[in-house]
Design a protein around this ligand. Structure first.
Ligand code: ADP
Ligand code: MG
Length: 766
């Protein structure tokens, strides 16, 4: 059943070739106690390792179960070692960081025995060698004899057919030696035991057959096997494999013995992770802040629909950007380059009565208000230093956003405070909107009649009066043309003029974006605009202008080939015709309803031609995407920096794993001797890096959560924003996974190196 056929083996070292075995042939019985005797260096261990499948022969053959092993693969040798062979070494070769029970169990783990059976069998084997009471001790808590018993128990536990013992008593005193020999003799009653020794006395006393070896050759065999009584019984070969959890347990125990180093490694490699986690939590936090800010303020910004709108697609912008970037260097060449223009950038909205109705029919739950601003020209007179003047209203007057009905839209109340006087309510009343520091630009003040450098008291400016002059008063017809009545003094005192009065001073609430974007100056009620339009659209000058094909004020003829907004349209709108003078502002109720409003606005355009479409502007969206984009860009840059430290730490993990491989060479040899595959060795080390990666990931997240507190306090001090840094739990999990993956990659090469180690060489190392 086991036959060594003319086996030779040489070792090549740098300068010469050592022939360890030279044509050895031995037939073994299924059940005998063979002692191999010979002086040191004669090739005994080499022979044993080859029979045990630990080492490979150069020439000859090893016949197992009557079959040649010339074609054996690694897998077959692993199975052979695990199921059929039990090794006992002179220096015990136990794994020091696990208990003796685990040492004994290891071989069973490799052959996939269930946990319960494994424990039972291991305990039984330990009982057999008389160590039942010591099974939870670690090997270094035992005496030499006890350690050798553990090794014997390990060799026996899988119930192999062959026990290989390489000078099992070589390191023991004579009394203990005898005890061990007795134990082996017991085993030999039902197994083939091949024992290497140079102690002839022990061989004589215990073995049933003595084979003497000298210089790699068999020189004597006391009880050779006759070819005739060859036996037929066969060895069982079950393929081995180590489960991932066995690998994990082995690595975990190993790591436990070097806690300090593991913690330092995990900490060092977690630094990059901490960086990334902090950056993520900050950018995440800032994005949340921005969102809240949007909810609070930006959502209050209206969607604007005005007569002329920029209608720029992303594509157009890209195109123009490319064009400007391409040639934006100074050139000394005497050439002129054509520049691509963005055409159709300005879209003219046809805001018809039908569209106005469409807007008015919007679901009232979505909005907090709609403003219809008639940007009609107001002819406003005021008295400055006892002289009446016409003022430039475009700079100083604007309409107040209106409520759609009484219950709705606390828009003004939400964003502004009335700080003096009363809110304007009817068309004769004006509000004066100032900024949060009670300022009003000098140009507006000048228009309102204040040229002074010093402060103006609320009382002085309150009740300030303006007069609105209607077209029929202002323009006088002379023949075909109209002229402006410049007798402002008379107009000012005309009964038909409406007197406006500043009744209240209004100020935007602090940190309110909507208020900031509202501008400052006199604000009037929609009612005033409507009143003026009603009167002016029926005024003589407007009617005359509608019919005329020349400017009724200057006599200048119009170019009839004009398309789009004509000069006539512009003049008409200036004179107060209502058709072209509306801006619609739709105020979303909150952040969530904005999308629905936009959907509603888009629906109107669905079936419309390019020209009839009404394009709106969503300023809040523009601001949001801008700020969000900047934070994203900063985040990417910072993450890139941290990623470098991540790479460094995974290289470090690789180095540390490699050191661990060097340290655990012996263990690799032992595992291989009891049947672990190369794959299993890789697994042990991958399990180790897995644990380290996991630790460093968890540590990084833990430290990050701890750092977030002081960071938030500092940010609060600096910016007044509370709880900015927030780590998203999903990010935390992803980071732990990344940490594990990176450390696995770092440890992969060392794990492969470990698997490649020659078991015999590995066993020799100390
Ligand atoms: P024994 O066990 O009988 O003392 P070995 O089988 O260990 O002898 O060694 C036989 C010979 O082969 C010795 O000369 C030894 O130096 C050599 N040898 C054994 N293993 C190796 C090895 N891995 N590399 C080089 N030479 C070796
Ligand atoms: Mg030896």
């Amino acid at each position: 059943m086991l036959q060594v056929k003319n086996i030779s083996k040489s070792f090549k070292t740098a300068d010469f070739v050592q022939k360890a075995l030279d044509g050895v042939s031995i037939d073994f019985r299924k059940n005998e106690f063979v002692a191999i005797l010979g002086p040191s260096g004669s090739g005994k261990s080499t022979l044993l390792n080859i029979i045990g499948g630990l080492d490979k022969y150069d020439t000859g053959d090893l016949i197992i179960n009557g079959a040649s092993t010339k074609k054996y693969k690694d897998r077959d040798w692993d199975a052979y070692r695990n199921n059929s062979i039990g090794f006992i070494f002179q220096n015990y070769n136990l794994i020091n960081h696990i208990t003796i029970l685990d040492n004994v169990e290891m071989g069973l783990r490799l052959s996939g025995v269930s946990k319960k059976t494994r424990k039972e069998k291991a305990k039984k084997a330990l009982e057999q060698v008389g160590l039942k009471d010591h099974m939870h001790k670690k090997p270094n808590q035992l005496s030499g004899g006890q350690m050798q018993r553990v090794a014997i128990a390990r060799a026996l536990v899988n119930n192999p057919d062959i026990i290989m013992a390489d000078e099992p008593t070589g390191a023991l005193d004579s009394k203990t030696s005898i005890q061990i020999m007795e134990l082996i003799k017991e085993i030999a009653k039902e197994k083939l035991v091949i024992m290497v020794t140079h102690n002839a006395e022990l061989a004589e006393e215990y073995s049933t057959r003595i084979i003497e070896i000298r210089d790699g050759k068999v020189i004597k065999d006391s009880n050779p096997l006759n070819k005739e009584d060859g036996e037929q019984e066969k060895y069982k070969l079950i393929k081995t494999s180590m489960g991932f959890f066995s690998a994990l347990k082995l690595s975990f125990n190993n790591i436990k013995t070097k806690k300090g180093r593991t913690i330092l490694t995990a900490f060092a490699s977690s630094i990059g992770m901490i960086g990334i986690a902090l950056i993520l939590s900050l950018s995440n936090g800032f994005n949340i802040q921005i969102e809240e800010f949007e909810r609070d303020t930006l959502s209050q910004m209206p969607i604007m629909i005005s007569k002329q709108t920029m209608n720029v697609t992303e594509e157009d912008l890209q195109k123009s950007m490319n064009e400007t970037n391409k040639e934006n260097k100074f050139t000394t060449k005497q050439e002129i380059y054509p520049l691509e223009e963005i055409t159709n950038m300005v879209h003219t909205n046809k805001i018809t009565k039908e569209y106005e109705e469409y807007i008015k029919n919007i679901d009232k739950d979505l909005i907090s208000g709609i403003g219809f601003q008639r940007t009609t020209k107001l002819n406003v007179l005021t008295k400055i230093d006892e002289k009446v003047k016409m003022i430039d209203v475009s700079k100083a007057f604007f309409p107040l956003p209106e409520k759609i009905n009484e219950e709705q839209m606390p828009l003004i109340e939400n964003n502004f405070d009335l700080i003096y006087g009363k809110m304007p309510e009817n068309k004769e009343e004006l509000g004066l909107l100032i900024d949060t520091q009670n300022r009003l630009s000098k140009s507006i003040l000048e228009i309102l009649g204040y040229k002074k450098e010093e402060a103006i008291s609320f009382d002085e400016i309150l009740n300030k009066e303006f007069k609105i002059v209607l077209n029929d008063e202002l323009y006088e017809k002379i023949g075909k043309y109209f002229i402006v009545n410049t007798d402002y003094e008379k107009l000012y005192n005309n009964e038909k003029t409406i007197t406006l009065k500043i009744t209240g001073i209004i100020r935007g609430k602090e940190n309110n974006t909507f208020a900031e974007y509202s501008g400052t100056g006199c604000c009037y009620k929609e009612k005033l605009a409507q009143y003026v339009i009603e009167n002016n659209k029926n005024s003589k000058i407007v009617k005359a202008q509608i019919d005329a094909n020349y400017n009724v004020l200057t006599g200048e003829k119009f170019d009839t080939t004009d398309e789009g907004i004509t000069t006539k349209d512009t003049i008409l709108s200036y004179l107060g015709d209502d058709k072209t003078s509306i801006i619609i502002q739709v105020y979303p109720k909150d952040f969530n309803t904005k999308d629905k409003i936009i959907e509603y606005l888009d629906k109107y355009n669905e079936e419309k031609s390019e020209d009839d479409r009404v394009v709106y502007t969503d300023y809040a969206e523009a601001i949001t995407s801008l700020s969000g984009g900047i934070i994203d860009a900063i985040t990417v840059v910072l993450i890139a920096f941290s990623a470098i430290s991540l790479v460094v730490s995974s290289i470090m993990i690789g180095i540390i794993t490699y050191i661990s491989v060097l340290e655990r060479t012996k263990e690799i040899g032992i595992l291989r001797a009891i049947g672990a595959r190369k794959k299993d060795i890789t697994r042990v080390f991958n399990a180790e890096t897995f644990i380290i990666g996991m630790c460093s990931g968890v540590l990084a997240i833990g430290i990050t959560y701890a750092l977030i507190f002081p960071i938030n306090i500092i940010i609060k001090e600096l910016t007044d924003l509370a709880n900015v840094a927030k780590l998203n739990p999903i990010h935390a999990i992803i980071l732990i996974v990344i940490s594990i993956i990176l450390t696995l990659i770092g440890g992969f090469i060392p794990a492969k190196i470990a698997a490649k180690k020659d078991p015999v060489v590995a066993l020799r190392t100390e």
